[in-house]
Ligand binder design. Structure first.
Ligand code: NAD
Ligand code: GLY
Length: 350
């Protein structure tokens, strides 16, 4: 097992290893102070791991309730959020009790935002079951729900008390969902870590999960510790996301977050080359690694449509938008672009 300590407004451990779900009761009990927990999960993950997690929590002496919703991004919305708030109030979960998120990024974001706002904040533990959630969404405290007007538009920075990532749980992931998580892993390599990039290029999807997840979480911790509230360098973690969120939205969320981020990274690399920030070899290497992981390197969209969708993204600031563009593998830059120039830039990257 590997442990990464996150030091943000709250200090907490991210534990990564095989077989952690059946130990979650003991681990959460060791945090102290909680009598009751509510497990939040979706209807794909709950039948796979719900019983195991519930049994472990009960064995550790907790009173356990659960809330299970329909799997998928379309549930990360206001009505499921309100239903979960009501469920917590009916239980009732009190100020010292804990919300336990068991699932991927959708479960973590929804449960985290609910934990942040119910009673103005109750404790929250993440049990990520997708690769994406393990390396990205469960760590760092971003929580959110989507609005009809756009993705993640209502949210809060709210750190968990503990993250337990059971590598065994990733074994039941359908390949496409595992590959989608690989996009976020590749993101860290492109941003910070040429050695990880070379390792992934060699292994393809057959990489050492514990090693790679711990590496990514360590990179994320370093950024979150320096800039928890995304005033500066945390924006780097949005590599591929401004275009990616636009691609997701244009596809009506048929294209997964990870696939959209992959295509977004490739577009960002081509935009970077068109601005002469990087040379074509960098673009080729990024396309090569994405293809090695069966991830898309382009999106079947017009520059106009993608530009419109990208401008809905919350990363826009008035007449400017920050783009994260690779200069080299392991070295990305934040570039401020004028909204008026964005469509032309995107056209060069498609
Ligand atoms: P997800 O939570 O929808 O999971 C994908 C699918 O996999 C779902 O159908 C789920 O039921 C299923 N699943 C989950 N674990 C499984 C397992 N172990 N075995 C079998 N099936 C399993 O999606 P995701 O890709 O994990 O996360 C995407 C979401 O995360 C998006 O909403 C995105 O905005 C958000 N996100 C948040 C952050 C953040 O910092 N908060 C970062 C990146 C992404
Ligand atoms: N997923 C990007 C971040 O946490 O900042």
């Amino acid at each position: 097992m590997k442990t990464v300590q996150v030091s943000a407004s709250k200090t907490y451990a991210v534990k990564i290893g095989a077989g952690l779900l059946p130990q979650c009761g003991e681990e959460i009990a060791a945090l102290g102070g909680t009598k009751r927990v509510c497990i939040v999960s979706d209807n794909t993950v709950w039948p796979l791991y719900g019983e195991k997690v519930q049994a472990s929590l009960e064995k550790a002496g907790f009173l356990v309730d659960s809330f299970v919703f329909t799997a998928g991004e379309s549930s990360k919305n206001g009505s499921v959020y309100l239903a979960l708030l009501s469920r917590l109030a009916q239980i009732p979960l009190t100020r010292t009790d804990t919300v336990v998120a068991l699932g991927g990024g959708v479960v973590g974001d929804l449960a985290g935002f609910t934990a942040a706002t119910y009673l103005r904040g109750v404790r929250f533990v993440q049990l990520p079951t997708t690769l994406l959630a393990a390396v990205d969404s469960s760590v760092g405290g971003k929580t959110a729900i989507d609005l009809p007007e756009g993705k993640n538009l209502a949210g809060a920075f709210y750190q968990p008390e503990l993250v337990l990532c059971d590598c065994y749980a990733l074994q039941t992931l359908p390949s496409e969902i595992f590959w989608a998580g690989c996009a976020e892993v590749i993101k860290y390599a492109v941003l910070f870590d040429p050695a990880l990039f070379d390792y992934l290029l060699e292994t393809g999807t057959d990489f050492d999960l514990e090693y790679v997840i711990a590496k990514c979480v360590q990179w994320k911790q370093d950024i979150v510790a320096a800039d928890e509230f995304e005033k500066g360098q945390r924006k780097l973690l949005n590599l591929g996301h401004t275009f990616g969120h636009g691609i997701e939205a244009c596809s009506n969320f048929e294209i997964s977050h990870g696939e959209a981020v992959a295509a977004g990274m490739a577009i960002a690399a081509r935009v970077s080359a068109s601005m002469e920030l990087c040379d074509s070899a960098v673009v080729e290497r990024i396309e090569e690694i994405l293809k090695r992981f069966s991830l898309p390197v382009s999106a079947d969209l017009s520059a106009k449509a993608l530009c419109k969708a990208a401008l809905q993204d919350k990363k826009r600031a008035g007449d400017c938008i920050h783009l994260i563009l690779p200069k080299a593998i392991g070295d990305c830059r934040m570039v401020e672009a004028q909204v008026a120039d964005l469509e032309k830039l995107i056209a060069a990257g498609l």
